[in-house]
Design a protein around this ligand. Structure first.
Ligand SMILES: [Mn+2]
Length: 422
């Protein structure tokens, strides 16, 4: 039997909210996860499915944090198998990267296809050069890939062809891949379609995914643990963790574990509807917070001060600037003693009443279009054609944000205005 740990998106070196302690959280998550689930469990190897580091230019502190565990894993004879993610991929213009260096020095085994003279190939791991595209550990064969970005669908076709010749039917075959997958998307780049992903099923017994910072599983076959910690405020609500996987012949069981050190997050929502003045709002909000939250007490137990995430919702009865978000953050921090206070202002300003009526499933672009239409329909000059004028405005915006030069934009507006008045 082989047991291994599968993690992804550790993002060592990430900086957020000017908080040194929050930066340290990513190290503590990595360290505690390795101690509990790799060293204590005596796994055969650790997989890191991309984004070990938050940036390809690794800061000294982040390298120290990486080495702290890599050394201990090396002493325990637990190999670390890694692939590049979009955050720590090598630059196209150079053959050097910190992940490649760590691999050459023997601290990790970076697996990547070899690209030479316009052709991709898979090389077996070379123990003297410390490089290769796949490696055998016991009865398991592990394949690596690189960050393909928007070309992931085409690249996978070539990869499947190579796997046909290189997978080992006698072994349990693992493929590591850093990508979003259709239906589980976090990023703007196009995700990998499920049908394409499934082409790997002929040759791969366990697909070790990374990139999407939330946990998901497809068909008890493709596993994405999620990032170890929350990299942004949008990710606090996501489930995330690490997989401990046991392999028996061609069978496996995977268990999501998440009892390592993670910063606790308390999410509070508050509806601003009905508060006509900043004073009323302030009083109602703090009444609500005092019912929902207990001030953090450093003297009790081993708990960590949490991050408080406050989401303000509803339609605002006064000007947005009067919310005084900075002052609000300070007051909450003073009273409830968290590590950080994040305020998400999701209120709708008085002028944009229409957006308040749209539920959360309405996309951002659709929301934008409806707000613009609503504003246009209040203007006597344009109110007969709100849809047409909204498209014109959005088209002008699209050009302005993209390649369009002022001349082109003016021309487009003139020609549309002509056709609208015709
Ligand atoms: Mn990532």
């Amino acid at each position: 039997m082989t047991k291994f740990l599968h993690i992804a998106d550790i993002h060592l070196g990430i900086r957020r909210y000017r908080s040194e302690e929050r930066a340290q959280d990513f190290f503590h998550a990595w360290r505690d996860c390795i101690e509990r689930y790799a060293l204590a469990e005596a796994v055969s190897f650790v997989l890191i499915a991309g984004d070990f580091f938050d940036a390809r230019k690794v800061e000294p502190q982040a390298m120290n944090q990486a080495m702290f565990c890599l050394k201990r894993l090396q002493e325990a004879n637990i190999p670390v198998i890694a692939i590049e993610g979009n955050h720590d991929s090598h630059e196209a213009s150079t053959k050097f990267s910190w992940l490649r260096s760590l691999s050459r020095w023997g601290y990790i085994k970076l697996l990547e296809p070899v690209y030479e003279d316009g052709v991709s190939r898979l090389d077996a791991w070379d123990e003297t050069k410390n490089k290769g595209s796949f490696i055998d550990i016991g009865d398991v064969r592990i394949f690596g890939s690189i960050w393909y970005g928007s070309t992931v669908t085409q690249s996978l076709t070539a990869l499947v062809d190579l796997l046909r010749d290189h997978h080992d039917p006698q072994r349990f075959n693992i493929m590591m891949l850093h990508t979003d997958v259709e239906g589980h998307v976090n990023h703007p780049s196009p995700p990998l379609p499920i049908a394409k992903l499934n082409e790997l099923k002929d040759y791969i017994d366990y697909l070790a995914l990374g990139h999407t910072h939330k946990n998901f599983v497809i068909d008890d076959w493709a596993y994405n643990p999620g990032s170890l910690e929350a990299c942004s405020v949008d990710e606090y609500a996501n489930e995330r963790g690490a997989y401990i996987v046991e392999v028996n012949g061609k069978q496996h069981t995977a268990r999501l574990v998440k009892e390592y050190r993670q910063r606790p997050v308390i999410r509070v929502g508050f509806d601003v509807n009905g508060q006509a003045t900043p004073e009323e709002f302030h009083e109602a909000l703090f009444g609500h917070l005092r019912r929902e939250l207990t001030p953090f007490d450093a003297g009790v137990g081993e708990a960590l001060p949490p991050v408080i995430e406050l989401a303000l919702k509803g339609q605002l009865g006064f000007k947005t600037s009067l919310l005084e978000l900075n002052r609000l953050r300070d007051e909450i921090k003073k009273e409830f003693k968290p590590l950080l206070v994040m305020v998400r202002n999701q209120t709708v300003p008085v002028e944009y009443a229409v957006a308040a009526g749209l539920n959360e499933s309405v996309s951002r672009s659709e929301r934008e279009r409806r707000v613009i239409e609503d504003l246009i329909s209040r203007d006597a000059r344009f109110r007969d054609q709100p849809t047409e004028f909204a498209s014109l405005i959005l088209e002008a915006k699209r050009l302005a944000l993209g390649e369009g030069n002022p001349g082109q934009i003016t021309e487009m507006i003139e020609s549309k205005l002509n056709s609208l008045s015709a």
